[in-house]
Each structure stands twice: as structure tokens, then as C-alpha cells.
Design a protein around this ligand. Structure first.
Ligand SMILES: NC(=O)c1ccc[n+]([C@@H]2O[C@H](COP(=O)([O-])OP(=O)(O)OC[C@H]3O[C@@H](n4cnc5c(N)ncnc54)[C@H](OP(=O)(O)O)[C@@H]3O)[C@@H](O)[C@H]2O)c1
Length: 493
């Protein structure tokens, strides 16, 4: 079996190595303020490319990674105009940066730093789905794709429900980059189903848990002082799935399998992820100028995990808990499983999407839907500590129907809008005490109920689901809600 990295066509014309080299580590190495030597680091990327690791992943906030990649790309093109190397980047705007101008400016900056006219794959990260601006950003990214500025559009850290909204809306999404590893198997559930159904490939990061999946940590004492951000983050994942002893049990299992195949623990951990049906490629982080693991990582392509190996891994995983929620939740709500915990400080001042206004001594929120103006109602109103939310549909902006004909997508959009309205009046999802769902076709109850369960499964408000014969407008579903904001000192009896 050849040890050349396998290749995959992620989307028409986008053929890449199945091990993508991740450059987030550049930001970690530069966090003290000293940038990596650009030429030296770029030459290293050229060396990676020469061995078939010719796909690189970065983002707007990965230190000088885009500039290093730009330099590497120029070097590669000097060697051959047909270089198959591909450079992926991300744009992680703040929620208010969703105007066409903001999008064009953000993407132009990526092009400039990478030194390209066309970005191979532009991946969008979105901080809060209660802010629906991601749909406006997508509209503009699609226009940039038509203009040839972006070859392919991907997203990162989108959960199954919101990826569903995007594909259902008709956006062409090639990839979703998410955490996916033996420690974090969230992506292998509903998200994988959506991806397989809709032709979206997962790009898996965290497959080596920042380097924890290696011989170095086998039998090692639990670390208390962790020097790099990546391991700091994945140590939180280890804690969530059951702690150091559960992790050591898994590591011992991987070590046994690795020895049988004459490979490294890291190879077994990556191979297991690569074998998952929705996974297109794994992204393995590289600490350029420090450690190179290319020789080891090419061993990934010289063995297969057999049935015995799979059974042994499944048994070791029996003792490990699942990371809660769906993909990307670690960036959006507690428990924040990131290196430094809550990352909302990345946002200058995340304002609620809707702003509340005072009318006749009461606070109320208007969402801008044309129906509020026509029928004379508000989106939500606060009376004392109660918040009443009007029947809410999947109306984006003044009158655009989101996910026409699709119950799941409309439920996701409407619930995000309801939570945004509640937030604007000082409430939180856990304050919701009642929801009412009105449906055009009650035979479609299941997708609606399942989305409701994902939003409120931990909260359990009282709920009613009713079929009605007609809606005003082209909607499948309308939802209303009520929340009670606890007074200071309120506790459960
Ligand atoms: N979209 C997002 O939100 C997001 C989030 C995180 C990461 N990412 C992407 O994913 C990439 C991967 O980053 P990550 O933080 O998840 O780290 P990771 O890939 O799980 O771990 C990378 C570390 O594993 C070690 N390693 C690599 N190959 C090895 C081998 N064969 N044997 C032993 N150890 C090996 C190296 O550690 P040493 O150098 O210490 O030996 C390396 O720094 C990032 O660079 C970035 O591109 C994206």
C-alpha cells in the first residue's frame, strides 16, 4: 500500500490531500508578538507540498499564516504553473458585518494577504445564529463566487440544523470544518446525515486532540500546566468525556492497535476519523519551524483498520461520554470548550440582534417583518418579568420566506428569531416556559418536534402543537413563546 497521501475531490475541481495541514498553530506560536520568519516558514510549506501534503488551512485570525501561505504559493508557482497546492482560509466576521460592503471588504483582505485573485475555499464562521446575518453574508459570498473571487464556499462550526438551513436555501456549500475525533464524535450523528444527503464534506479538526493522541502522553500523569492553546482546549474535551483515566484507557487501546500495524497512535486516531463516511479530510496542525510530523503522518495511508480494531475502539469508547450538543456549540454557549473558555471577548460588543423600544411604559421589540406593521403587533413584549413572543415565522428581513416548503429549516429560523427577541428584552433560552407550534401539516410533526427538542430539551417548557388549515403567507410553521425572567433571589423549590 502506498504511503502517498490519499486525495479527494471535495467539490468539482477542488482536489486536495486527505491530510490538510492546519496553520492555526502559527497564531499560537506568534502570540508573544514575534512573527515567524515568513520565508523560512513558506519554504516549509513548499516541503510539505513536495510530499503530497499540499493543502493548507488557515483563517483571518491565524497570525501571519495567510501571508506565509501567499509566499509559499508564489514559490510553488515558480516551480510549476500547474501546482496542485490549495490554500483554504476563513472569514470570521462579527455579526453586524453582514452588509455586502463588509463581506466584500473581508474577502478582499483575504485575497490580498494570500496574493490570489480567486480563493480556493472560503469558509465562514458565524458567532451567533440568533443573528440571521449569516444568510445575507451567504448571498454576497455566492455573488463573489459568481464573480470568480471565490472558487468554493465552505463553512466552519455549523451544526446540523443551520447547515440544513443553508443547503435548503440553495447555497452551494462544499465543506463544513468541525471538531471531529475519537474524543468528539458529535459530527458523526445528524450532521453527517445532512452532509451525506446534501453532498457536503466534513473537514475534521482536533483529530489528534492537539497532540494528546501520541505516545508522548501514553501513561503520562495528568498535566496541570499546559503550554499551548490547542492542548488547553482539548484537555477540556478530555475532562468532558470522562477525564484523564478514560482518556488513558482510549490511548492504551490505540497503542495496542498501532503496534499491531507498526504505526503510531496518531495514525490510528486520524485513520479512524478518515474512515467516517462524511469526512472528506482531516486537518492536522503543524507547528512550523518546531516539529514536523510528515513522515509519521504519511504512514496513515499504509494501513487499514480491520474489524477487530474497530471493535476494540468501540469498546474503549463505551466508557467515554459524548461531548454535549452539536458541532460548534463550544463557541456559542456554555460550557465553552475553547482554550480560554468563553470567546465572546472576540466580539467587540455583541449587541442583541433586535433592539427593544419603550411604548406606553412597556418594553417591546419589533423585528421589521412587514406583518408587524400591517397587523399592528410587536415581535415580543416584556410585562414585568414575563416576555410574550408573537407567533413567529421564518421571515428574513421584511418579507423573505426562509426555507420555503421545509418544516425543519423554518422551525430553526423561527426559534432563532424567538430567542433573539427574548434576548433583546433581557431574557435567556432557559427562561422560556411555554411554546406553541402551529403547523400547516401535522403529519410533518417530527422534524419540527426534533428541532424543538434540540433547542429546549434541557429546558422543557410547556408545549402545544396544533395543525391549522391556513397561514397568512407561504409558511409551514409558526411558533409563539412565553418566557419568565427570574427575579433576583428566585430559586427552584
Ligand atoms: N475551524 C475551527 O474552529 C478550528 C479550530 C481548531 C483548529 N482548526 C484547524 O485545525 C488545525 C488543527 O489544529 P488542532 O488544534 O485541532 O490540533 P491537532 O491537529 O489535533 O494537533 C496538532 C498537533 O498534533 C501533533 N502531531 C501532529 N502529527 C503528529 C504525529 N504524527 N504524531 C504525534 N503528534 C503529532 C503536533 O504537536 P507537536 O507539534 O506538539 O508535536 C501538532 O501540533 C488547525 O491548525 C486549524 O487549521 C480549526
Amino acid at each position: 500500500m502506498s504511503n502517498q497521501p490519499e486525495r479527494i475531490e471535495l467539490a468539482p475541481g477542488l482536489e486536495v490531500s486527505r491530510v490538510i495541514t492546519g496553520l492555526w498553530q502559527v497564531a499560537d506560536m506568534e502570540r508573544g508578538g514575534t512573527l515567524l520568519d515568513r520565508t523560512q516558514a513558506a519554504k516549509m510549506l513548499v516541503d510539505y507540498a513536495a510530499e503530497g501534503f499540499d493543502t493548507f488551512d488557515m483563517a483571518d485570525h491565524y497570525g501571519s499564516a495567510e501571508l506565509i501561505s501567499g509566499a509559499a504559493r508564489r514559490m510553488l508557482l515558480e516551480q510549476s504553473e500547474q501546482s496542485p497546492a490549495r490554500f483554504f482560509t476563513k472569514w470570521c466576521p462579527e455579526p453586524h458585518q453582514s452588509s455586502p460592503e463588509a463581506v466584500r471588504q473581508g474577502i478582499a483582505e483575504r485575497c490580498e494577504r494570500l496574493g490570489v485573485e480567486t480563493i480556493d475555499l472560503l469558509q465562514l464562521h458565524w458567532w451567533s445564529f440568533e443573528h440571521p446575518g449569516y444568510l445575507d453574508v451567504m448571498d454576497e459570498l455566492m455573488r463573489l463566487k459568481q464573480d470568480g473571487v471565490i472558487a468554493h464556499i465552505g463553512v466552519t462550526n455549523f451544526d446540523a440544523d443551520h447547515l440544513h438551513v443553508l443547503v435548503q436555501q440553495g447555497y452551494e456549500i462544499a465543506t463544513n470544518q468541525v471538531s471531529c475525533s475519537l474524543l468528539d464524535r458529535r459530527a458523526l450523528g445528524d450532521l453527517s446525515h445532512v452532509c451525506l444527503e446534501r453532498g457536503v464534506k466534513l473537514l475534521a479538526y482536533g483529530t489528534l486532540a492537539g497532540g494528546f493522541f501520541s505516545e508522548k502522553w501514553l501513561g503520562a500523569a495528568e498535566p496541570t500546566d499546559i503550554p499551548d492553546w490547542s492542548k488547553m482546549k482539548y484537555k477540556r474535551f478530555i475532562d468532558v468525556v470522562g477525564g484523564w483515566s478514560v482518556f488513558q484507557n482510549l490511548l492504551a487501546c490505540l497503542d495496542r492497535i498501532a503496534r499491531r500495524h507498526g504505526v503510531a497512535i496518531a495514525n490510528v486516531a486520524s485513520r479512524w476519523v478518515l474512515d467516517q463516511p462524511a469526512v472528506g479530510a482531516v486537518i492536522i496542525g503543524a507547528r512550523l519551524t518546531e516539529n514536523q510530523h510528515r513522515a509519521s503522518n504519511s504512514n496513515l495511508f499504509g494501513f487499514v483498520l480491520d474489524e477487530n480494531d474497530q471493535t476494540e475502539i468501540a469498546k474503549a469508547l463505551d466508557g467515554a461520554a459524548m461531548v454535549p450538543g452539536d458541532c460548534g456549540q463550544e463557541y456559542r454557549r456554555p460550557p465553552y470548550l475553547t482554550a480560554s473558555g468563553d470567546l465572546s471577548h472576540h466580539l467587540s460588543a455583541p449587541p442583541p440582534f433586535f433592539s427593544a423600544v419603550e411604548k406606553h411604559g412597556r418594553m417591546l421589540t419589533l423585528s421589521g417583518s412587514v406583518w408587524e406593521e400591517i397587523a399592528g403587533h410587536c415581535r415580543a413584549m416584556r410585562i414585568g418579568n414575563r416576555i410574550l413572543v408573537s407567533g413567529t415565522t421564518a421571515t428574513h428581513g421584511t418579507d423573505t420566506v426562509v426555507c420555503r416548503g421545509d418544516v425543519r429549516g423554518q422551525t430553526v429560523y423561527a426559534l432563532d428569531k424567538i430567542l433573539a427577541a427574548i434576548a433583546s428584552l433581557g431574557g435567556a433560552p432557559e427562561d422560556v416556559v411555554r411554546t406553541r407550534i402551529y403547523m400547516r401539516d401535522a403529519d410533518e410533526w417530527e422534524p419540527a418536534s426534533r428541532v424543538h427538542g434540540r433547542y429546549f430539551g434541557d429546558i422543557r417548557p410547556a408545549n402545544t402543537l396544533i395543525e391549522i388549515s391556513r397561514f397568512v403567507g407561504d409558511y409551514e410553521i409558526e411558533i409563539e413563546a412565553e418566557a419568565v425572567v427570574p427575579e433576583a433571589g428566585d430559586t427552584a423549590a
